[in-house]
Ligand binder design. Structure first.
Ligand code: GLU
Length: 343
């Protein structure tokens, strides 16, 4: 471990060369502010530029399209219904990228926009292609800025929140650390909005149930996730062996302070053996297919048979498959090599 200026030992995860930084809607826009807050965005851009000069490779995952679009269209509060959200995203995404493009170009950094849907990554070949695109951009020193492709993401293929998207992007680029810029300092042992003596939890190893239960929802109607989706993302990242740091995005110089001194926010350190790349993709990215009788997802896997065929052979012996389906390519619906149990 390195030591920080205050003499404390630094966590190795904070020294990761490749870092994914997730910027929440509530950082870029507050209910009483116009569109995107360019001053806040400019501060983030100058810190990212400085991190890059110091040798870090950065990928940004930024929310804010729906919030910016809603404000531009004069929608009060959060847009209601999927088409309204999609329309707001269509208006807001160019506003967001224009603001980023300008802020970064002024600091000598070229940006690229990547819009992804869950369905894009559900196929291994597309997932690997997207990984290659990230590598090509990073190799050329371009800053990838990722968002969900909200305008075409219907419910079944949505990531739903950018915390989850950031976790999957981190897996794609093999980052060592994800920094979530949020509207709160980190994870507290009680809800700080209701309980003034709530204390910030500085470091969490693994994700004990009593810690996960402390997660609440966001107070900002334009922000999507609150702490619940962050904790869900931490769970995914833990399985991949990637650390997560949650900090308050509007705190001046927060990125430089968090990575320099290592004394900001809540740091989640993964424990246990990480899943290997392919199993990681199956366990975290593939859309869940295997549910228990109550409909709760129990595992993710690559199925050898379609849903209709599975209905016909469920509960029957392998030896009966030929008679039922008229042929048999596989003995298993999901082979154990292609199966990851969820916890
Ligand atoms: N993709 C959404 C947007 O850009 C945000 C989703 C989220 O906040 O997690 O507005």
């Amino acid at each position: 471990m390195n030591s920080s200026p205050s003499g404390k030992r630094m966590e190795p995860a904070l020294a990761s060369r490749r870092v994914v930084i997730k910027v929440g809607s509530s950082v870029l826009t507050a209910p009483d502010e116009e569109g995107v807050n360019r001053r806040v965005l400019g501060r983030i851009a100058s810190q990212v530029a400085e991190l890059r000069r110091a040798g870090r490779e950065v990928v940004l995952v930024s929310s804010g399209a729906i919030a910016a679009g809603s404000k531009r269209m004069g929608v009060q509060g959060a847009p209601k219904g999927m088409p309204e959200r999609q329309a707001a995203a269509a208006v807001g995404q160019p506003i967001l990228m224009e603001a980023y493009g300008r802020a970064f170009r002024r600091r000598g950094v070229e940006t690229a926009q990547l819009l992804l849907t869950h369905a894009d990554l559900d196929l291994r070949i597309r997932f690997l292609n997207a990984c290659n695109t990230f590598e090509a951009l990073l190799a050329r020193g371009v800053l990838p800025i990722v968002n969900e492709n909200d305008t075409v993401s219907v419910e079944e293929i949505r990531f739903g929140d950018n915390d989850t998207l950031a976790a999957l992007v981190a897996q794609m680029v093999k980052a060592g650390l994800v920094i979530i810029l949020s509207d709160v300092e980190g994870l507290y042992d009680a809800d700080p909005r209701r309980n003034p003596s709530a204390r910030l939890i500085r470091r969490v190893e693994g994700l004990p149930a009593e810690v996960a239960e402390k997660a609440g929802t966001s107070a900002n109607p334009l922000a999507h996730g609150g702490m619940v989706t962050k904790v869900r993302a931490v769970k995914v990242l833990n399985r991949m062996g990637i650390a997560t740091l949650i900090v308050r995005g509007r705190t001046p110089n927060i990125l430089l302070r968090a990575l320099g001194r290592g004394e900001e926010g809540t740091l989640f350190i993964p424990n246990g053996a990480p899943l290997r790349a392919r199993k990681g993709w199956i366990g975290t990215t593939v859309i869940p297919r295997l549910r228990d009788p109550k409909g709760r997802p129990v595992a993710r896997g690559l199925a050898n048979y379609g849903a209709e065929e599975v209905n016909r052979i469920a509960g029957r012996h392998t030896g009966e498959i030929v008679a039922i389906l008229g042929g048999k390519d596989y003995d298993e619906v999901v082979h154990r090599d292609n199966l990851v149990l969820l916890d």
